[in-house]
Each structure stands twice: as C-alpha cells, then as structure tokens.
Ligand binder design. Structure first.
Ligand code: MG
Length: 309
C-alpha cells in the first residue's frame, strides 16, 4: 500500500479523513521499536514505549526533542488514560497492567487471573464505566528482547476485562489466537481486536486480521466476525475515530476502514507501523508510532471519546 494510486484507493484527503494538503511529518526518531503511544493533554506530549530499549519516551511535537521519561521500565507496551487521567499501561516484564500517576508513582493494577500469572499484556483500553480491557498474547515471554522468557501459566491468550472496583478479572474473549490491539466503537457497543498470530510463525500460518464483537452492558462479548484482513504486515495497534472508522497499523501504512469494513484509504508511512493515537490541542492530530520514530498527520476527526453511561 506504499502507493495509493497503484492500490486503487483514494488518497486520504479524497477519502475525507485528512484535510486537503495534509502531509505526514516525522516528529522525532531514535527509538528501537515504538509502541503504546498516548497523548498527555496536561503536558502536550506524546508518551510511548521503546520496547526493546526498555524505556518510556516522550516528545512535545512543538519542539520534536526526544525526552527519556524513564529507563528500566520492565518492557512497557500499550497505554491509555483512565477516567482520572492517570496512565494505564501494559508491562511485559511484570506480566501486568500498571498505573502511573502524574507524580510518577507506578503501581500494579492486576497481574494474575485465577491465581496464575498473565502472559505479557500488550495493549489496554479503558471503557466509560472504568473497566480496564487488555490483550494478553505471549510476545513478552517468548522473546528475550521484549521481556523475560517464561512459561504461559493459564494456557491461553485472552482478552480480559478488569473491574477494578470489584477486583474482578474476567476472560472476556478466549477465541482470538493472539490478541493484540483493542479499540471500542464510539458507543462501546463493538469491540475490535487485532489478531497477530502469524508474526512469530515460520510456516506462513496464523492470523493477520481484525475481528469485531458485540459488547453487552455487562461486558460480555458475542457475535465474533472478521472485520478486516491485513494483507501487508499485521494490524498491531488500532484506534477508532469519532465517526466510528477504524485506523489500523500495517507494514507500511495506516489503513482507514469504514465501520462496515470497507477500506477507505491508506496513509503511507516510511517505517513499519506499530500503533497510533489521536492527540494534539484539538485532538485531531494522529500520532503514529512506527519502528524508530513518531510521525504525525492532521486529520478531519478525533479519537472516539468515552460515551456517558
Ligand atoms: Mg501491540
């Protein structure tokens, strides 16, 4: 998809997802492998994970200066904000979901299911009711450069829902091979989950698609269907915008899908895309974590907000 015209897709501007004339720009480079970006509105920075570098980085897009937020961070990956504005992030090394407050205090939120350790939480989102949803593939316990080698303890790779007030961790989805990126539709009635089970296999098998589920008020998920198949690379991280479109990572582009699964456009990116987030002063800038760098492009939308319920 490095060439939009060759793919037959409209350009991003023609598809209406970025303003006319918008151009992708590299904000900063210097990471090893970038993941887990989140916009911190109080400080106007993108914070993200350099997973193999075992550090958390930040950049203010106004100056483009690489800032090392913390080192020896136990291989953090995806992150988001909770309802109070604290950072919630996945840790391969601690095999946990953790919270980092504005004053820098880090605490474990959850690291066990039914008395057994998690694999290596990868990506995390917070619903409007405060529930913390996260994926738990094996990548941080089977690759020494992304965590600590270890054994899986519960024998699966689930998507979990954590009700922090009740202290209850529920396996919400158990039929995705290696769940990775997560995102809700704007009304939280649909949960999108990426499956990247092809990544570590040498025989060409495994999934490289996005599945969708209907989500009930109690958090139960049903009606699994394949939403989109990624032909080049995988959908690692994904985000949903205010209009319900799904923005997906891939080998060489950000792919934008309509809510019905139609591929609307591809925004070429010069490095392999790991994840992305909406941010900036108006919330309409897409920040893209791609291999060594953070890129940015203005869009015509914002990230899907949390609905009141
Ligand atoms: Mg991921």
């Amino acid at each position: 998809m490095s060439n939009n015209s060759a793919s037959g897709l409209p350009t991003a501007a023609a598809a209406g997802v970025v303003p006319a004339g918008a151009e992708l720009r590299r904000v900063v480079t210097g990471a090893t492998w970038s993941e887990g970006p989140v916009w911190l509105p109080d400080r106007s920075v993108v914070r993200w994970s350099d997973i193999p570098g075992n550090r958390i980085l930040e950049v203010n897009p106004a100056d483009g200066v690489l800032q090392v937020h913390r080192t020896d961070v136990e291989f953090t990956n995806g992150r988001t904000l909770d309802l109070a504005g604290n950072v919630i992030q996945a840790s391969h090394g601690r095999r946990a979901i953790e919270r980092e407050t504005a004053d820098g205090e880090v605490s474990i939120v959850v690291d066990q299911w039914d008395g057994r350790r998690l694999n290596s939480p990868n990506d995390v989102i917070v619903a409007s009711d405060g529930a913390i949803w996260f994926s738990d593939p094996p990548y941080g316990i089977v690759q020494a450069h992304e965590g600590h080698l270890g054994d899986p303890e519960y024998g699966g790779c689930h998507v979990f829902r954590y009700d922090e007030r009740a202290g209850k961790l529920t396996a919400a989805i158990t039929d995705v091979e290696e769940p990775n990126g997560l995102a809700f539709s704007p009304d939280e009635s649909i949960l999108y989950v990426t499956d990247t089970s092809c990544v570590l296999r040498k025989d060409g098998s495994g999934n490289h698609h996005i599945v969708a589920y209907d989500v009930a008020a109690d958090g139960s998920c049903s009606n699994r269907r394949v939403f989109a198949v990624i032909d080049k690379g995988v959908a690692d991280g994904i985000r949903v915008d205010a209009e319900g479109r799904v923005w997906s990572s891939s080998e060489d582009a950000v792919l934008v899908y309509a809510p019905d699964g139609e591929l609307l456009t591809a925004i070429p990116v010069p490095e392999r895309v790991g994840n992305m987030c909406f941010g900036g002063a108006a919330g309409s800038t897409l920040f893209i974590a791609a291999h060594t760098s953070i890129y940015a492009i203005e869009t015509t939308t914002t990230g899907a907000g949390r609905p009141a319920r």
